[in-house]
Unconditional design. Structure first.
Ligand code: AMP
Length: 460
């Protein structure tokens, strides 16, 4: 879970990257970084924290140049230290590189072991560093060949922006797991994880960086190379369900509209007669709107979200039960009292936050609570970049829907079927990675990456 941005041909490239990262903040809140180049000198600034805290006017003014890459991070591999913050910036001979990666490689541990055996020294625990080493090794043959060779070796999910001195380069794995969009900005170019970053800086969306494609942008303009043929697409459907911002356009589709269709499908599969429909905000909002519209039920905000709870939020010293969940969402008693409600949320992962939230709305007076989840049960971990816990912690991996309903103290629990999810996907439904629901991993998981996946249950 990360957000990336690349800018070429703007005299304040770092500022554009900063605004873009601001729009992509939902994709990672652990660290933020920007590297710029004026074609000769390369400068960087990165730190742990939110975009707004990591940069100020001064740091941005010092980042002079017309090419920039930036990154916001939510670690899926590697621990939270500033060393692991990206863009990953290295000098190799007379070349400097800054690489920002979204996704997760499934064979990084094997490649790293081999590189270490050959004498490579690693500075971080990130799988992205493996990519930089492979690029450096092949660089004699030129940057394009080096990327092609690297793409032949790395397996898994990668959407990447790379600053190579006077060039901005973008490339994406042949399955297209993570989004990556290309836009135009005042005659220059911009590449970002999601189009919401374009909107903020008034850039025009041109198209997605294609799966398996390498884009090289320099003084001569933009050149495209199809480095690896894309035999099968595997766009992460969870980007649509939960992760991406609803105002973004990813994988050829607007996220808000997609989520509403998930709500329509839920209403088709599980029509309920309740007093109203409410979401757990914000993640459940759009499917709840879709459900309410299709079911012809009123829509209410039965819980209110506090938007100002950051990661560094100080916990009370005395134990206040469920404090960290309550501080984020507070039930509205006057709306809930004596009511039969349909609560919509995007997903259940561990089940722990949902249990607390459901208790809170019960205590506020809701007398019948039905919960509708706008995706199927998540039974398998993600190895391609979504931060799901291990199999043992995924509530649906070991428990039936009825057991989960009892644990959550619900009157009714309904998950959207896989067929319903695919119907909502319409024409795109052949192009999704559904591994977290089915256990069918489009890129095989290499032994050593996780033991637990091989131990339990057959795929559905
Ligand atoms: P829980 O009840 O603890 O399983 O939390 C479910 C909530 O976590 C849902 O409302 C989701 O919006 C949100 N969620 C979904 N995916 C993730 C994830 N990978 N990491 C953290 N939270 C998530």
């Amino acid at each position: 879970m990360c957000g990336i941005i690349g800018v070429f041909g703007h005299k304040e490239a770092a500022k554009i990257a900063y605004f873009g990262l601001y729009a992509l903040q939902h994709r990672g809140q652990e660290s933020a970084g920007i590297v710029v180049s004026d074609g000769r000198n390369v400068r960087e600034h990165k730190a742990l924290g939110l975009v707004a805290d990591v940069f100020d006017e001064n740091t941005l003014n010092n980042l002079k140049g017309h090419i920039a890459v930036g990154h916001v991070r939510y670690s899926t591999t590697g621990s939270t230290t500033v060393k692991n913050a990206q863009p990953f910036f290295v000098t190799h001979g007379k070349h400097t590189f800054a690489l920002a990666h979204n996704g997760n490689l499934v064979n990084a541990h094997l490649l790293r072991a081999e590189l270490e055996r050959q004498g490579s020294l690693f500075q971080t625990t990130m799988d992205s560093e493996v990519i930089v080493h492979l690029l450096a090794k092949a660089l004699r043959r030129g940057i394009l060949e080096a990327i092609k060779e690297t793409m032949e070796l790395i397996e898994g999910a990668y959407s990447i922006v790379l600053l190579a001195q006077d060039k901005l380069i973008a490339f994406r794995d042949p399955y297209g797991f993570r989004p990556l969009a290309l836009g135009m900005l005042n005659g220059g170019y911009i590449v970002a994880s999601e189009t919401c970053a374009f909107d903020l800086v008034q850039a025009q969306y041109l198209r997605d960086v294609n799966p398996g494609e390498i884009l090289i942008i320099d003084e001569n303009g933009l050149s495209s190379y199809q480095a690896v043929e894309s035999e099968k697409l595997a766009h992460c459907v969870f980007e649509f369900i939960y992760f991406a911002r609803p105002d973004s356009y990813i994988f050829g589709e607007n996220v808000y509209v997609f989520r509403k269709r998930l709500g329509f499908e839920l209403a088709r599969e599980c029509p309920l007669k309740t007093d109203f429909v409410m979401p757990f905000p914000d993640s459940g909002n759009y499917a709840a709107i879709g459900y309410a519209q299709k079911a012809g039920l009123p829509f209410e905000m039965g819980v209110i979200r506090n938007h100002y709870v950051g990661r560094t939020f100080i916990q009370p010293s005395q134990s206040m039960r469920d404090f960290s969940v309550r501080v984020k969402l507070n039930p509205v008693k006057e709306i809930l009292r004596g009511k039969k409600v349909a609560v919509v949320d995007d997903s259940l992962v561990r089940g722990t936050t949902s249990r607390t939230r459901i208790r809170a709305i019960r205590e506020a007076g809701a007398y019948e609570i039905n919960m509708l989840i706008s995706c199927p049960p998540i039974r398998y971990p993600c190895f391609y970049g979504i931060d799901f816990p291990s199999r043992g912690e995924l509530i649906a991996a070991k428990h039936s829907v009825e057991e989960i309903r009892r644990y959550l103290e619900l009157d009714r629990l309904y998950y959207l079927s896989l067929e319903g999810l695919l119907r909502a996907g319409g024409e795109s439904n052949q192009k999704f990675c559904l591994a977290c629901f089915t256990g069918n991993y489009p890129v095989p998981i290499q032994a050593g990456l996780s033991k637990e996946i091989f131990e339990t249950q057959e795929p559905l």
